[in-house]
Design a protein around this ligand. Structure first.
Ligand code: PNS
Length: 165
C-alpha cells in the first residue's frame, strides 16, 4: 500500500470549466499529489489543442501546489500505472453520468485491479455545466463568463471576438 496518495483526474477539458476547477480543488485536498491528465486530441471538432488546454489549466491551478498538469494518450489505466497512481478521480453530475462513469470504472478496474475510481459529486451550482454546453454558448454568441475561469474566458474571447462578455 503506497503511503503517498497519487490520484489522476483525467478528462478532455475542451475547455476547462468552473465545474472541473471545483473538482480539482476538492481532489487536491484528498490526494497528496493530483495529476490532471488531459486526453490528447482525438476529436476532429476539438476547440483547443492539447497544449492550449494544458496551458489554461496550468494558469487555473497555479495556486494549488500539489496539482500537476500532464497529458496522455492510450489507455487511462496504462497512464495511471506509468505515473504510479492508484486512484482515478472523476466527477458525477447526473444519473446518466453515473451510468457511463460506473461502466468506465468497472472496465478500468478489470484491466488494472490496483486502480480504484473515486467519484466526487459535482457541486450543486455546477451540475448543469459541461464543456460541450460552454462551446455551444460561445459559438452561438452567448456569454460563457459565468461558467469558466478567467484564463479560459480570455482564450475564448480571443477565439470568438464577437461573443457577449
Ligand atoms: O472529459 P471526458 O471526455 O468525459 O473524459 C473521458 C476520459 C478521458 C476519462 C476517457 O475517455 C478516457 O479515459 N479515455 C482514455 C482511453 C481509455 O482508457 N478508455 C477506456 C475507458 S473504459
Amino acid at each position: 500500500m503506497p503511503n503517498s496518495l497519487i490520484a489522476v483526474f483525467p478528462g478532455s477539458f475542451d475547455p476547462p470549466t468552473n465545474g472541473h476547477l471545483d473538482l480539482i480543488a476538492r481532489g487536491a485536498r484528498i490526494a497528496n499529489h493530483l495529476i490532471v491528465a488531459v486526453l490528447q486530441n482525438t476529436q476532429k471538432n476539438a476547440l483547443f489543442t492539447t497544449a492550449e488546454r494544458s496551458e489554461m489549466l496550468k494558469e487555473c491551478v497555479a495556486h494549488l501546489p500539489n496539482v500537476e498538469i500532464d497529458s496522455f494518450d492510450g489507455l487511462l489505466v496504462d497512464y495511471a500505472a506509468h505515473r504510479h497512481a492508484h486512484i482515478i478521480l472523476r466527477g458525477i453530475r447526473t444519473i446518466s453520468d453515473y451510468e457511463t462513469e460506473s461502466q468506465m470504472a468497472l472496465l478500468n478496474h478489470r484491466m488494472r485491479p490496483e486502480t480504484e475510481t473515486i467519484f466526487l459529486t459535482a457541486s450543486a451550482e455546477h451540475t448543469f455545466l459541461s464543456s460541450r454546453m460552454v462551446k455551444e454558448i460561445i459559438t452561438l454568441g452567448g456569454d460563457a463568463s459565468p461558467f469558466v475561469p478567467e484564463p479560459v474566458m480570455r482564450q475564448l474571447r480571443g477565439r470568438f471576438p464577437t461573443a457577449k462578455r
